[in-house]
Design a protein around this ligand. Structure first.
Ligand SMILES: [Zn+2]
Length: 453
């Protein structure tokens, strides 16, 4: 029996060896050893169990702390905490803690003391005062994960950086678009930052203003950061899938050999392409945008060969791609306008702007704000009129064939596949698990917080 269990345990450890980092293995080994001991020395009944616990509760004869000449117990410090508000300096914070200008001087003139010169709102300080009223320890807490501790030694302070490593867990969510991506994301309990990141990942393939339809769906794996068991931040999206009008786009995050993280298709093509589908901040539109209640200006490709995006005045307008501003001016019909040249082949035009944010001759990056939505020129209401020209000919920016995306370099493709395949499998399996869980509860309520349908 014991031999059989040990065989099983060994096999399990071999399996774990392939899956988990060493640190986890040590913990796992300790747990396994304890389990083996428990199996090898079974406690036959409750009475014996009780004996064990009674034995454990017998006080062990150790020398008491005060009788030991080797251990010197430091008297506890009195702690005061103050957070940095706007306009606060070290002096104001010290005086709030009833400390003097001399204390400020002593800390700032010590090693790393000049790091206390630039304080930011949101940071905080913990002052540890000893029994003689001196500042014995100063904790400069820059974030949940990062703090610097100044300790009094003799008459000056030493400094030490303390960094905490958060635990990162992967979280899965899925949803079906009902009214807008933003609202459906919220219904799927996705933090705003993750919803926006999701839209950014697919911004080169999907026009989130025009192309989104009721019934479109998404699934997503993203990081959640935990400290002492408490979730305090969301991290990056690791993998995501978006089905738009029956076509599914998959994306997976990969950090290449040069340390640059980006999103790719499972085949290793960059999600990032030469042109954005919708050249404006879609969340300023879609947070209040309802698919059922379309503004007449939406979904209308005018005879004058452009696309109109109705959007609140002031919505940032982005350059659809990297390029150079070839015109930025005003005319009676166009209002404030900006034209951008992209390489030899493409020109994009942005009309009726409320404000221009670039000048002629300036180079711009993709997604750089070049102006804001307005209604200058011949416009019935605030909207962006967007034109796309290929070799001087107007094309429909929503259907025009755009340049191919860059693939991951051939010599990195094997590493890419190795790193991303398990993540994509996990994304797919999480979805299946949710579906199975729903199938197994046929009598339960059909509403599921993780599935906005
Ligand atoms: Zn127009």
């Amino acid at each position: 029996m014991i031999v059989f269990i040990m065989q099983k345990a060994t096999r399990f450890l071999h399996l774990m060896l392939n899956v988990f980092p060493r640190r986890h293995l040590i913990a796992a080994s300790v747990v396994s050893c304890c389990l083996l001991i428990l199996v090898a020395y079974p406690v036959s009944d409750a009475k014996a169990n009780k004996q064990v616990s009674e034995q454990l509760s017998i006080p062990i004869d150790l020398p008491a702390l005060e009788t030991s000449p080797l251990i010197e117990v430091e008297p506890a410090l009195r702690w005061i905490e103050h957070s940095v508000g706007s306009g606060d300096s070290l002096s104001t914070l010290f005086s709030r803690a009833k400390l003097s200008a001399l204390d400020v001087y002593k800390v700032t003139s010590s090693k790393d003391g000049k790091l206390l010169r630039n304080l930011f709102p949101g940071e905080s300080f913990r002052f540890g005062i000893n029994q003689s009223g001196k500042l014995a320890e100063l904790h400069y807490i820059q974030s949940r994960l990062l703090s610097r501790v100044y300790s009094l030694e003799g008459d000056s302070y030493t400094s030490e950086l303390r960094e905490l490593e958060p635990d990162t867990l992967l979280s899965y969510r899925e949803g079906i678009i009902k009214d807008s991506l933003y609202l459906s994301g919220q219904q799927a309990s996705l933090p705003d930052k993750v919803i926006m990141e999701l839209a950014n990942i697919f911004a080169w393939d999907i026009d989130f203003v025009f192309d989104i339809r009721e019934g479109d769906s998404f699934s997503i794996l993203f990081e959640e950061k935990y400290l002492n068991g408490e979730m305090f931040a969301v991290g990056d999206i690791i993998a995501a899938s978006f089905t738009n009008r029956g076509k599914t786009y998959d994306a997976v995050r990969y950090t290449d050999a040069s340390g640059r993280s980006s999103y790719y298709t499972p085949e290793g093509l960059s999600m990032r392409k030469a042109f954005l589908r919708a050249p404006l901040d879609i969340f300023r539109i879609s947070s209040g945008f309802n698919l059922r209640r379309k503004h007449p200006i939406h979904k209308m490709i005018k005879a004058h060969r452009g696309v109109d995006y109705a959007a609140p005045r002031g919505t940032p307008v982005f350059s659809a791609g990297d390029g150079k501003v070839i015109a930025a001016g005003y005319s009676k019909a166009n209002g404030n306008y900006v034209f951008v040249q992209h390489g030899q082949t493409y020109v994009t035009k942005y009309l009726h702007l409320n404000k221009k944010k670039v000048r002629k001759g300036q180079t711009v990056k993709q997604r750089q704000t070049i102006g804001t939505v307005g209604s200058t020129g011949y416009a019935t209401g605030p909207h962006l009129h967007y034109e796309f020209l290929v070799n001087g000919v107007h094309r429909n920016p929503r259907t025009v064939k755009l340049p191919q995306a860059n693939p991951i370099s051939a010599n990195e493709l094997a590493a890419f596949k190795l790193a991303t395949t398990p993540v994509l499998i996990q994304l797919a399996q999480s979805g299946t698990a949710v579906e199975l869980a729903q199938l197994q509860q046929p009598t339960g309520p059909q509403t599921d917080t993780a599935n906005a349908n």
